[in-house]
Each structure stands twice: as structure tokens, then as C-alpha cells.
Design a protein around this ligand. Structure first.
Ligand code: C2E
Ligand code: CA
Ligand code: CA
Length: 317
């Protein structure tokens, strides 16, 4: 790793060492750059990430984290089935920090473990208060699965909130599985014994190994939005989406298509037998107040096994 002269020609040994360490870290994190030269923007980026990670530590106590809910729909009927729970950070000075910015920092620092537990608890407390038993799907990070105590935490949450296990789904990505296959399989089996369901998130974007689908007892495959938005205009995307639907069917797993943005995307899913859908066409993620009219609506029946039969809307929010 070679360090360039710092701007202004200030090349004190300690400063040079500090700069080369930053360049080294950047090189280690980069997937494409094998050699990285120091440049002051690295310093700025590093400072900003360090500041964010310090502030993120106290975000829960300061009540800056909020949950947003995005509807999930039964394709054949257009009925609402439940909601994906998505985390938001309202920073007092920076405003809304997108999850793509702070989740990686939370993962790097290990903060994702307490934050992820807060998300699970808060979402289950909320959902347990709803009049109508819609499902909630909560994202779970690799580190949460790695600690091994997730089944105990969930058992505790379900016990305290009284939420039926059937209403909780966890979304996990392939990275969690690849990191430690045997351990994750063991945890996933314990979670399934509690009666909750497991969805494979962002399918098609990583290694998407077929043997993993054979080994892991997923209930659902979520087809990544990069294949779904505009699917009817792309031969490649439609081939991948169709193949995934057939594959899931054969494995007795459900399919949910993410990123449904218009009527054409939905028509494609209907024609090809995809069971569930989610995307801006039905509704963007919104705070709890904006779904209250749905979750607490007066319905003819509140049968927990068939909540989708009780509320029909093709465009929900
Ligand atoms: P994800 O799990 O794939 O979540 C879906 C993302 O797609 C959400 O972005 C959602 O707003 C966006 N989306 C939904 N429908 C559409 C659509 O029709 N078009 C487009 N272009 N985008 C759509 P969001 O909320 O910014 O979340 C980004 C990622 O942050 C999530 O991706 C997930 O990986 C992570 N994340 C969010 N909340 C949590 C959490 O509580 N825990 C963990 N571990 N990760 C989370
Ligand atoms: Ca997800
Ligand atoms: Ca996803």
C-alpha cells in the first residue's frame, strides 16, 4: 500500500501512518480495487461513518428508530396478507438516514444484534394490538442468527406479547447461510419448531445455490426486485422469475415477488402463478399510523388462518 503526500505537503510520520491505514482498510473492504491511494475524501467518509456509528449506539434510547410497514398481497385475489417491517432512523440533524447507509454500519459494529432485537420486539408488540391478525415479516441479519440465542429471544417475545407464532415470518438472506451453514441450519430448524415461518430474501442476487434450497426448510422465496420491476419488458428477468416460481412450486415453497411497480408487473405474476407480491404499486413502506385503518378495520371475520379472505383491495395504501 503506497501513501501519497498529504495535501499541503504535511507528511508527519504519524499522519502518514494513519492515512495509509485508512487506505488499507478501504482496499480490504473494496471488492474491485486492490490498490487504494489515500485521498482526503477517505478521511471524510471514515469520520462520517465513525460519527454515525457512535450516534447509532444511542439511537434506540433517544427514540430515533421507527418501524415502517409495507403491504404484502395475495396475487390471485388482491387481498392484503400482511406487512414487511422496515427500519428507519430519524437523525436529529441529518434527517432520515436510509437503511442502506446505517444497516451496514450496524452490521460492522455488531450493533445490529440489539437493534434487530428491538425491531422484533417492537413489531410484535405492535402487531399483537391489531384487531385483524395480519402477518408481519421481519428482516433478520446474519449476526442475529450467529449468536444462537434468537430462538430463545423469539420465544420470550411471543410469550410476552401473546402474538401467535403463525403471524411472524423472518426474512433471511443467503449470506447468513453461507457464513456458517450447519449452525444456521440448526437455528432455522429451532425457529421453525416455534411455528414461525422463514423466507429467503433477495433470491437471485447472491450465489443462489440450488443445494441450499434443498437443505434449508424455507417456507417462501422472495424474488428480488431487480428481476421484477419491468419484468414484462425483459426476456432475461422474465426467464429468471418464471424459473424461480416453478422451482419454488416443486419444492413446496411459496413465492413472493418484490418490487412490483405497475399493472404490467402484476399481470406477469398472475399469468405465471406467483403467489404473493409486494411493491410501490400496492403501497410504499409507511409508519404505523398510516396502516391503522387497515389493521383495525371492522371485518366480518377475524379468522387467524385466513386473514387474507377478509380484506380486499388491489391498491392498499
Ligand atoms: P429489503 O429487505 O430487500 O427490503 C425491501 C426494500 O425494497 C425496502 O427498502 C423497500 O422500501 C424497497 N422497495 C419495496 N418496494 C419497492 C418497489 O416497488 N420499488 C423499489 N425500487 N423499491 C421497493 P428499504 O426500506 O430502504 O430497506 C433497504 C434494506 O435495508 C432492506 O432490503 C433490508 O435489507 C435492510 N433493512 C431494512 N430494515 C431492516 C431491519 O429491521 N433489519 C435488517 N437486518 N435489515 C433491514
Ligand atoms: Ca426483506
Ligand atoms: Ca428483499
Amino acid at each position: 500500500m503506497r501513501d501519497r503526500a498529504t495535501p499541503g505537503g504535511d507528511n508527519q510520520p504519524r499522519e502518514l501512518l494513519g492515512h495509509s491505514e485508512l487506505a488499507l482498510t478501504r482496499a480490504e473492504q473494496s471488492k474491485t480495487q486492490r490498490v487504494v491511494f489515500y485521498d482526503p475524501s477517505i478521511d471524510e467518509c471514515h469520520r462520517s461513518r465513525s460519527a454515525l456509528s457512535i450516534e447509532l449506539k444511542s439511537a434506540i434510547e433517544r427514540d430515533e428508530l421507527k418501524l415502517f410497514y409495507q403491504p404484502q398481497i395475495d396475487v390471485a385475489s388482491g387481498n392484503l396478507i400482511g406487512f414487511e417491517v422496515l427500519l428507519r432512523w430519524f437523525h436529529p440533524e441529518r434527517g432520515l438516514v436510509p437503511p442502506d447507509e446505517f444497516i451496514p454500519i450496524a452490521e460492522e459494529t455488531g450493533l445490529i444484534v440489539p437493534i434487530g432485537e428491538w425491531v422484533l420486539r417492537t413489531a410484535c408488540v405492535e402487531a399483537s394490538k391489531w384487531k385483524n391478525p395480519y402477518k408481519i415479516a421481519v428482516n433478520v441479519a446474519t449476526a442475529q442468527l450467529a449468536t444462537g440465542d434468537l430462538p430463545m429471544i423469539i420465544l420470550d417475545i411471543l410469550g410476552r406479547t401473546g402474538l401467535s407464532a403463525k403471524r411472524l415470518e423472518l426474512e433471511i438472506t443467503e449470506t447468513s447461510i453461507i457464513d456458517d451453514h450447519h449452525h444456521t441450519l440448526n437455528i432455522v430448524r429451532q425457529l421453525k419448531q416455534l411455528g414461525i415461518s422463514i423466507a429467503m430474501d433477495d433470491f437471485g442476487t447472491g450465489y443462489s445455490s440450488l443445494s441450499m434450497l434443498q437443505t434449508f426448510p424455507f417456507d417462501k422465496i422472495k424474488i428480488d426486485r431487480s428481476f421484477i420491476s419491468g419484468v414484462s419488458n425483459s426476456d432475461q428477468s422474465s426467464a429468471i422469475a418464471r424459473a424461480t416460481i416453478v422451482l419454488a412450486e416443486g419444492l413446496k415453497m411459496k413465492t413472493l415477488a418484490e418490487g412490483v411497480e405497475d399493472e404490467d408487473d402484476l399481470a406477469f405474476l398472475r399469468q405465471n402463478g406467483c403467489l404473493e407480491a409486494q411493491g410501490y404499486f400496492f403501497g410504499k413502506p409507511v409508519p404505523i399510523e398510516e396502516i391503522e385503518h387497515l389493521v383495525n378495520a371492522d371485518l366480518e371475520t377475524t379468522d387467524e388462518d385466513e386473514p387474507q379472505k377478509v380484506f380486499q383491495l388491489s391498491r392498499v395504501i
